[in-house]
Each structure stands twice: as structure tokens, then as C-alpha cells.
Ligand binder design. Structure first.
Ligand SMILES: Cc1cc2nc3c(=O)[nH]c(=O)nc-3n(C[C@H](O)[C@H](O)[C@H](O)COP(=O)(O)O)c2cc1C
Length: 201
């Protein structure tokens, strides 16, 4: 598939079919992440592949928050009525938990800023696009309880969580979220040639 086609085809999925992702497809996704660029090729990303029921129930636990209508309005799948909460797990059969090892990152010599979050984000992006190219749906998750995740997943102290990717086949009745994801700003609002327009300065 042409890259532009994949970019446009990839749309957030928040409702997954109860069908496992084939091991070869998981490997392909991980392999795409493996070939991502990272600062000084340090490869500080650490990916935890969660597909066992007990691992997924941990995700469910650290993605649970007090009821907030705002999120239910955005994605009704997160409405966890039974417990009076919202839950951002969405029933995905596969969760890629993306972190980086603080001790393995390049640090900017002047600012001391670590490249870990950028590296891990690039890796996650490659994996997300590979998943789209082989017919899988994904959603990028930033909204989770980091402290609880570290504890439940027993992450090493030096691992910094960045995001999760939920991966799976879209549910038959899944429809892309048009109010959140359907619109893209015109290039003229986000890209500028050679100089910042005066009105923005
Ligand atoms: C950095 C980042 C964080 C996100 N966090 C969440 C999240 O915590 N929960 C969620 O349901 N969607 C999350 N999303 C998905 C976005 O809402 C979605 O990508 C956006 O609305 C555009 O829609 P599209 O992916 O269908 O094009 C996140 C996306 C990005 C890039």
C-alpha cells in the first residue's frame, strides 16, 4: 500500500472485535518499531506486549477513572456504567505498552534533555502505521494512570512509560469517530514556508 494511502486509512479504533491478533502480525508490528530511527541509534524503547487475559485486566485497572461525561461524549465505549466510571481499555486483544529506559537514552549535551520520549514516540508511530498497513486498527493511549501501570506491570525503576497502542481488528459495527478525528486543519494553518507569518509573531 502506498504510504499516503496508509496515512489516510489509519483512523483511531475504539471498538475491537473479540479476535486475537495473529503472532506473525504482532512480529511485523514489532519489527517496524525496531527499524525506527532513534537518537544516536541508542534504541532506548522498551515495549511490553500484553495479550494474556491477566495482563489485559491490569490495563483495564490502570485505565479506570472517575466518571466524566466529557470522555463518554467523545467515545461512548469508555462508559463503564457498571462501576460508575470511565474505562479507557476498549477491549483490545493486544496492548503494546511503550516505554523507554532512562539509562539508555541520548541526552542533549547543552540542555541535558533526554531523547527517550521522542524515540519511543517515533517507535510507537511506526508500529501504528505498520498495524494499519496489515489491516489492523489501533488507538494511541496517553490517558492512563502511570503510577498504577508501573506498579501492576512491575516495570524496572529506569523505565519511563510513554504511551500504549491498543491493537486489534475493528469491531464489525465500528465507525470512525468523526467529531474527534474526521477533520484536519488546512496546511496553511500548521505549515509555513521560510518564515513565520507576521500575524503569528
Ligand atoms: C499523543 C496522543 C494521545 C492520545 N491519547 C488518547 C487517549 O488517551 N485515549 C483515546 O481514546 N485516544 C487517544 N488518542 C487518539 C486521538 O484522539 C486521535 O488520534 C485523534 O482524535 C485523531 O483521530 P484519528 O486517529 O482517527 O485520525 C491520542 C492520540 C495521540 C496522538
Amino acid at each position: 500500500m502506498d504510504f499516503m494511502e496508509i496515512s489516510k486509512k489509519r483512523r483511531t479504533v475504539r471498538k475491537f472485535a473479540q479476535r486475537p491478533v495473529e503472532a506473525e502480525k504482532v512480529e511485523k508490528i514489532l519489527e517496524a518499531g525496531r527499524w525506527s530511527p532513534t537518537a544516536v541509534n541508542a534504541q532506548p524503547q522498551r515495549i511490553l506486549v500484553l495479550d494474556a487475559p491477566e495482563s489485559l485486566s491490569k490495563v483495564r485497572e490502570f485505565c479506570s477513572f472517575g466518571y466524566d461525561k466529557k470522555y463518554v461524549d467523545l467515545a461512548e465505549e469508555c462508559d463503564d456504567k457498571e462501576h460508575g466510571k470511565i474505562n479507557l481499555y476498549y477491549g483490545a486483544p493486544l496492548v503494546l505498552f511503550v516505554a523507554y529506559d532512562r539509562d539508555a537514552c541520548w541526552k542533549h549535551p547543552q540542555s541535558g534533555k533526554s531523547s527517550g520520549a521522542t524515540d519511543a514516540t517515533i517507535v510507537a508511530t511506526h508500529m501504528m502505521l505498520e498495524a494499519a498497513s496489515i489491516g489492523l486498527g489501533t488507538v494511541w493511549i496517553s490517558f492512563f494512570d502511570e503510577g498504577k501501570a508501573k506498579e501492576l506491570l512491575r516495570l524496572p525503576e529506569s523505565w519511563q512509560p510513554v504511551c500504549m497502542l491498543y491493537v486489534g481488528y475493528p469491531a464489525e459495527d465500528f465507525t470512525p469517530n468523526t467529531h474527534l478525528g474526521g477533520h484536519r486543519k488546512p496546511l496553511s494553518e500548521t505549515c509555513f514556508y521560510n518564515e513565520v507569518p507576521e500575524e503569528l509573531g
